[in-house]
Write a protein that binds this ligand. Structure first.
Ligand SMILES: CCC/C=C/C(=O)SCCNC(=O)CCNC(=O)[C@H](O)C(C)(C)COP(=O)([O-])OP(=O)([O-])OC[C@H]1O[C@@H](n2cnc3c(N)ncnc32)[C@H](O)[C@@H]1OP(=O)([O-])[O-]
Length: 298
């Protein structure tokens, strides 16, 4: 048990599970490396070495849609931070005005090959496993709209602060696209807002205004738009003031059953996704939704 807990404190829940099944957690070469500031094409990272808090900023205009490249960078950035002994907390935010993330990139799932859909889905799984299972304290600084996959990223954090702007929305709206939110999206939401609210939200594909999201507990706090990041930084102080080991093990106890469900069924989940998303009727729905997005612009 003591060994397991030591492993948890380095690698998070996903790390513990991969350690138990495949030997020590991955990327051991990153241990001890210091990442103070790095800019890749889609994710900018700033780690403050004095506080141990990193800001991970999605910067993929026009809407931070989560495509294969962004998802892969997101997961590998998080993995590096997780292994960096100088990092204790991560704030996730966006540099794209008015948008946190438009969710999964529909173009990755529309008229692409089953092989591509499978690769894409593995990247979605990996991002979620890393974030939801992270041992770091994580805060979503939601400075814009955050539908579907954007909401999943937010919910996978420990705490959510959203800009109090009624033009923004957040929620799992998959049914509005004629698609089904996978069980681990559902579970993440149910763990955040409870079963009944999730049932209603998923059934109706609800996108909540910030005020409504606060009322159902989908976000924890609303602040003026220009204070989202500063509030996230102040709030992070509270999380980091808690005994680190106690916080990490408590988080693991809360989230491990949900993480395990996917971790031990990853391949079946990929197959389910591919056979679902490649159906003619589903492709037709995605095509209509894309058309609707474009026509809204015109
Ligand atoms: C089982 C699977 C589970 C699925 C989970 C998901 O996350 S499913 C995802 C569910 N996500 C949603 O339902 C969100 C859909 N998006 C929106 O509601 C709005 O784009 C917005 C509110 C995020 C931003 O509004 P705004 O007025 O600031 O911006 P705009 O609307 O003018 O868009 C600019 C350009 O980006 C394009 N594009 C946008 N999103 C996506 C996307 N996800 N992907 C690809 N492309 C996307 C849009 O077509 C346009 O392209 P164009 O014409 O320039 O070639």
């Amino acid at each position: 048990m003591a060994n397991a807990l030591r492993t948890v404190s380095k690698c998070g829940i996903a790390g513990l599970l991969s350690a138990s099944r495949h030997g020590p957690c991955r990327l051991p070469h990153l241990l001890g490396q210091k990442m103070t500031n790095s800019t890749s094409s889609k994710v900018k990272v700033d780690l403050d070495p004095t506080t141990g808090v990193a800001v991970m900023c999605m910067q993929s205009p026009p809407v931070n849609s989560l495509n294969l490249e962004l998802l892969t960078e997101f997961a590998s950035t998080l993995e590096k931070l997780e292994m960096d002994k100088g990092c204790r907390g991560v704030i996730i935010t966006s540099s794209v005005p008015r948008i946190f993330s438009a969710g999964l990139d529909i173009l990755e799932m529309f008229r692409t090959s089953p092989e591509h859909c499978a690769d894409f889905w593995k990247a979605v799984q990996e991002m979620w496993l890393k974030l939801y299972g992270s041992n770091l304290a994580t805060i979503a600084a939601i400075n814009g709209s955050s539908p579907a996959g954007g909401c999943l990223v937010s919910m996978a954090c420990d705490y959510r602060i959203m800009a109090d702007n009624p033009r923004y929305s957040i929620g799992l709206n998959e049914t509005k696209l004629g698609i089904v939110a996978p069980y681990w999206f559902r579970d993440t939401m149910a763990n955040t807002v409870g079963h009944r609210t999730t049932e209603r939200a998923l059934g109706l594909g609800l996108l909540y205004s910030p005020q409504e999201a606060l009322e159902v507990g989908l976000v924890d706090e609303l602040v003026p738009e220009d204070q989202v990041l500063t509030t996230a930084t102040q709030t992070m102080g509270k999380w980091l003031a808690i005994d680190e080991h106690a916080r990490q093990v408590t988080k693991s106890l809360m989230r491990k059953p949900t993480v395990d469900k996917l971790l031990f069924n990853r391949e079946a989940d990929v197959q389910n996704f591919v056979s679902f998303i490649t159906q003619d009727s589903v492709q037709k729905n995605l095509g209509m939704y894309l058309k609707m997005l474009k026509s809204r612009k015109a």
